[in-house]
Design a protein around this ligand. Structure first.
Ligand code: MF3
Ligand code: CO
Ligand code: CO
Length: 275
């Protein structure tokens, strides 16, 4: 979600109870399972509107979930009109599904947020349509590595800046750039809660992580420059230089000894070996 320039001081970071954590495990796994389910449909010729429809029916009729994006309207936004976000090529995030068919070589992020029993699970992956360019594949791979390098820092006692620093270093070492205007977020009863989880920063800075916090990490990494712009639909974010952009997202629980990835499912690509 958007980086708030002045986070509301009255808001605070909720620590989830064991009962709430159990509900978040369920919502998180369901989000991952939607991403598993849709994978074979992401082929040349399919439209993102069709992928949205398939995911909507699966979430509502098979999983008994509410798709959180549908009609979601944060302050200053018109209600989001679809049940998933689908962001293609130079689209960074919050792409609105439409009737344009995917074509061979496209890379597309599908971002799923479920609500089950009052709690949210939020996860996204990159899909390659047919065969993509070497650059597109490398961007998707490096962004997935960025996500997992960030996840590897999560434990009680670490600081938020440790996550951002790990992501930024890996992206920039590979010649890519980190989008600044959007960030990961606390999640639970609300889609977007405190804290804001920046995907850049300095080791040892930011708030200390406490066991029971739940938040997303969802780096948006551009092949070109970091700058973004918004389309007239009021939602879709694109790279200003029209370079390719990739994003991966998981929902995490902080534990005393490390973390639990709440949005894992059988089809989720594993943690890269070197992390
Ligand atoms: N799922 C996105 C995130 O990771 C938020 C999408 S908001 C929507 O924070 F309204 F576009 F769905
Ligand atoms: Co999110
Ligand atoms: Co998301």
């Amino acid at each position: 979600m958007n980086v708030l320039v002045n986070p509301l001081p009255a808001m605070s970071i909720s620590l989830k109870t064991p009962e709430e954590i159990e509900k978040m495990r369920i919502a998180g796994r369901l989000a991952g399972e939607v991403l598993d389910y849709i994978e074979p449909f992401v082929k040349p010729g399919v439209t993102t509107a069709e992928l949205d429809r398939l995911c909507h029916v699966y979430m509502v009729d098979v999983q008994g979930c509410i798709p959180a994006p549908l009609n979601y309207a944060p302050p200053g936004y018109a209600p989001f009109p679809k049940s998933i976000c689908a962001s293609i090529n130079h689209q960074v995030c919050h792409g609105v599904p439409n009737e344009r068919p995917l074509k061979k070589g496209d890379i597309v992020n599908l971002d799923i947020t479920t609500i089950k029993d009052g709690y949210h699970g939020d996860s996204s992956r990159m899909y390659v349509v047919g065969e993509a360019s070497i650059l597109a594949k490398r961007l998707c791979t490096v962004t997935h590595e960025c996500l997992w390098l960030g996840i590897s820092k999560v434990r009680a006692g670490a600081r938020l800046g440790d996550i951002g620093a790990a992501i930024q270093k890996h992206a920039e070492t590979n010649g890519f750039s980190v989008v600044r205007e959007f960030c990961g977020h606390g999640i639970g009863r609300n889609f977007h809660e405190e804290p804001q989880v920046l995907h850049y920063g300095k080791v040892g800075t930011g708030i200390e992580l406490l066991a029971g916090m739940t938040f997303t990490i969802e780096p948006m990494i551009n092949a070109g420059k970091a700058a973004i712009s918004e389309l007239p639909d009021g939602w879709t974010i694109i790279t200003k230089d029209r370079s390719l952009s990739a994003q991966w997202e998981h929902t995490l629980l902080v534990t005393e000894t490390g973390h639990e990835v709440l949005t894992l499912s059988h089809g989720a690509p594993p943690k890269p070996d070197f992390v």
